[in-house]
Design a protein around this ligand. Structure first.
Ligand code: HEM
Length: 303
């Protein structure tokens, strides 16, 4: 179940990363006007990457469904009956909506991955963008946020914002690394579009980190009855472990940003350095693994 949850979180943050790169880092205002062909090539590649996220997300959702059924079911009753029962619960409804949402997002990315379609319908990205955004609220409707006894809708809204911020930072960095690897030997206009995206990424990462901190602190306050339960409960200790790894990821991110700014100041093209981006990504996946375990852990009820 934790592995399936991690797979879903990785897929969600990845799909949000593809969308963020498309609209924020490589939008029409970025790069030279004469790179329309290059832009379409980059956008088609990006949509192809988004499609992979959609398929992985579906695998994660199926795994979560099976895991929930095995946890939920009465061992003495036929499993199909139990599955029907589970699908009729609020959790089951949210899970079905997640499956539909993930399938629609994958289809949306598939359509947007066709340069011919992008040529005729440049806004083809709008559909996967909207559905991926809505899908980022799946964890809120199946996790502790919707189960919170107070400020429920604020908890759901901030939890969704938390997942979108995680995708805008970690997902976008992952997408940039893959595009960088793919375009290293690629056409110069595509490479220059990618370089033009690098400095913009630091602003996105900064805004995402701030959103993660605020929404994360709120969720911590909401789910922890006291500061002491940070150490006295399994949920609290997992949260602490997560925050420690997040701080290391943030420190690496800052080091990346400083090396980019040094290059910019030296008049060099700000290129992505895999040597620092890849460790940041690996640690970020560790954050998602720890998160997958801790959102499956019941928050403490007593201080
Ligand atoms: C790179 C940074 C981070 C990433 C990638 C990340 C990712 C996530 C994800 C995917 C969820 C699951 C949402 C759900 O299942 O409802 C989550 C939940 C949460 N995160 Fe983060 N997060 C990050 C930073 C933080 C920080 C800095 C804090 C604390 C200050 C934090 C505290 C929480 C809490 C309390 C929850 C709710 C858990 C629950 O539902 O019980 N996160 N995070």
């Amino acid at each position: 179940m934790n592995a399936a949850r991690w797979l879903l979180f990785a897929a969600l943050t990845w799909m949000v990363g593809c969308v963020t790169f498309r609209w924020v880092l490589s939008g029409p205002s970025v790069g030279r006007a004469d790179s329309r062909g290059a832009r379409q090539l980059l956008e088609a590649q990006l949509a192809g990457l988004g499609l992979i996220g959609g398929v992985v997300g579906l695998a994660g959702l199926v795994g979560i469904g099976v895991g929930q059924l095995l946890q939920f079911r009465d061992p003495y009753s036929p499993i199909l009956d139990e599955a029907r029962l589970l699908l009729r619960t609020n959790w089951g409804t949210a899970w079905k909506a997640g499956l539909v949402g993930c399938t629609l997002t994958a289809i949306g990315f598939r359509v947007a991955s066709r340069p011919r379609i992008l040529d005729r319908a440049p806004m083809a990205w709008l559909f996967p963008t909207v559905v991926a955004g809505a899908l980022s609220f799946f964890p809120s409707f199946t996790g502790h946020a919707i189960g919170s006894s107070r400020l429920t809708w604020l908890a759901v809204a901030l939890d969704g914002a938390h997942v979108i911020a995680a995708g805008s930072w970690i997902g976008t960095l992952g997408v940039m690394v893959v595009l960088h690897l793919r375009t290293r030997s690629g056409a110069p206009p595509v490479r220059s579009l990618l370089s033009a995206a690098v400095p913009r990424f630091s602003k996105v990462a900064l805004a995402s980190a701030a959103t993660l901190a605020v929404s994360g602190l709120f969720a911590s306050w909401l789910h922890l009855p006291s500061a002491g339960s940070l150490l006295s409960s399994a949920y609290g200790r997992l949260l602490l472990a997560k925050v420690v790894v997040v701080l290391i990821v943030a420190a690496l991110g800052r080091a990346n940003w400083r090396s980019w700014m040094r290059r910019v100041r030296a008049g060099e093209e700000p290129e992505l350095s895999l040597r620092s981006a890849v460790p940041e990504l690996i640690l970020a996946q560790i954050v998602l693994v720890v998160t997958a375990v801790f959102v499956g852990t019941a928050p403490p009820t007593t201080p």
